[in-house]
Design a protein around this ligand. Structure first.
Ligand code: AMP
Length: 427
């Protein structure tokens, strides 16, 4: 069977790599892919953009693709899955209606409230309904969010009411285009974050959003991630399934928008143990996909097919017990304007080391691999502990270089602090 992966990032490289290992799969097409998917065995890039829905359908038909998996949120929110289904093609991902969970934070907050799922207290405003005095009456800090898609940049945490009011006004004024027509303002939640990604019951992970070590610097798409997330122990896992995931899946079905696809819940575990939902994503995370795919032993294609055929119940995903940790290597200037076209050195040397380097913003040209985006590579290590996985990932990082390459040096620090605290208490 042929598989089509839609997207061009590190997530899509990891999904393509994983699908190519399935004995059911003859070839994996990636539209449009990157420099890493171009050289992966049994994987072929096809020059169709992720947003070109009719182009993707024509490609899937011409190549007789048996299953398509959609990586990024843009095409999902635009209804790519509905279009594939209408064309009689099998496609793994939520419909446009179900993808609203990511496409509209205002919708999601209302959904969470309606179904009794824990989340921060909030209010939703448009320019016409905005009430500055309501903001002044809230406790600080406070969180201001553009309701629509804003490439991870539409969330601001503000220390004063006047800053929050100004931030909301800037959103109404078009800072994020139509995505800021509605603004959600919510209570700031303390605690530790974890990502909880499910098909039926998938894996947990934690990511690092800030650019610099010790969680300083601007927010990014994610500078690294590891799996599993130690903050989600067995009891917390059960609690999240019971209080968040199960009522969400049930609620979606009750609302007439049943969900198929990866569902990613961003959770803030409050110091009192409450798993509050920060957001939903209607797709796999990037860079969370890369370490999670390294740990997945089961056949991903089989799991996607079972989900589409509603056979997931009773099926168990098998996991590598080891920890996986991914470090993102970003281009100079990221997350603002980045320089492209730098030659990446050391990929051959890294390929001989344990672990795996997934590509994101790369292009191959005349036998060379060049930088072609903000987040360029993700180096993933495996180990019996998070610190062993971290050591393996940084060996890969140290083999690679290009002008202006930047990365964090402390990915996994929270988990590693937990590990050393546990070691000390055992001694
Ligand atoms: P979101 O896109 O809604 O997940 O927000 C992006 C990031 O902002 C999250 O990963 C959190 O680190 C932070 N954040 C969002 N909402 C809150 C909140 N209510 N309290 C504290 N931090 C938040």
């Amino acid at each position: 069977m042929k598989i089509l992966i839609v997207g061009a990032g590190g997530r899509e490289h990891a999904l393509a790599w994983k699908c190519a290992q399935s004995p059911k799969v003859s070839e994996v097409l990636v539209a449009p892919g990157n420099g890493g998917t171009a050289t992966e065995p049994r994987v072929r890039n096809v020059n169709v953009a992720a947003e070109d829905i009719s182009g993707l359908i024509a490609l899937a038909k011409a190549e007789r693709v048996g299953l398509s998996i959609i990586g990024p949120e843009g095409p999902l929110v635009a209804g790519v899955v509905d279009a594939f289904h209408a064309a009689g093609l099998r496609c793994f991902g939520p419909t446009r209606a179900a993808a609203q969970l990511e496409g509209s934070k205002a919708y999601t907050k209302e959904f969470l409230k309606r179904h009794g799922i824990p989340t921060a207290a909030y209010a939703t405003f448009t320019r016409a309904t905005f009430d500055a005095n309501w903001v002044r009456a809230q406790r600080m800090p406070i969180v201001v969010k553009a309701s629509g898609l804003a490439a991870g940049k539409g969330v601001l945490i503000l220390e004063s009411a006047e800053e929050a009011i100004a931030a909301a006004q800037a959103m109404f004024d078009g800072q994020f285009g139509a995505s800021g027509d509605e603004v959600v303002i919510e209570e700031f939640l303390p605690g530790e974050e974890a990502s909880f990604i499910v098909m039926a019951a998938f894996a947990t992970s934690q990511d690092h959003k800030r650019l610099k070590d010790s969680d300083a610097g601007p927010n990014t798409g994610g500078m690294g991630a590891y799996s599993p997330a130690p903050v989600v122990d067995r009891a917390m896992h059960e609690r999240i399934m019971r209080e968040v995931i199960e009522p969400s899946i049930r609620g979606l079905a009750q609302d007439g928008t049943p969900y198929t696809g990866f569902l990613y819940a961003g959770i803030m575990v409050h110091p009192d143990g409450t798993p509050n939902v920060l957001e939903y994503n209607c797709r796999f995370g990037d860079p969370e996909t890369q370490p999670i795919m390294m740990r997945l032993r089961s056949d991903l294609v089989e799991l996607c097919e079972a989900a589409l055929d509603k056979r997931l119940e009773g099926l168990h995903a098998e996991w590598d017990e080891r920890a996986a940790l991914g470090v993102v290597l970003a281009a100079e200037g990221y997350p603002d304007s980045v320089r492209k076209g730098d030659v990446i050195a050391g990929l051959d040397a890294a390929a001989k080391l344990p672990g795996k380097v997934f590509h994101a913003g790369t292009a191959s040209e005349g036998g060379k691999v060049l930088t072609n985006g903000g987040r360029v590579l993700c180096a993933v290590g495996l180990g019996a502990t998070v610190s062993a996985a971290q050591a393996q990932a940084y060996e890969l990082v140290d083999a690679i270089a290009w002008q202006g390459m930047q990365c964090r040096r402390d990915i996994g620090y929270r988990a590693i602090a937990r590990e050393s605290a546990r070691e000390k208490s055992c001694r």
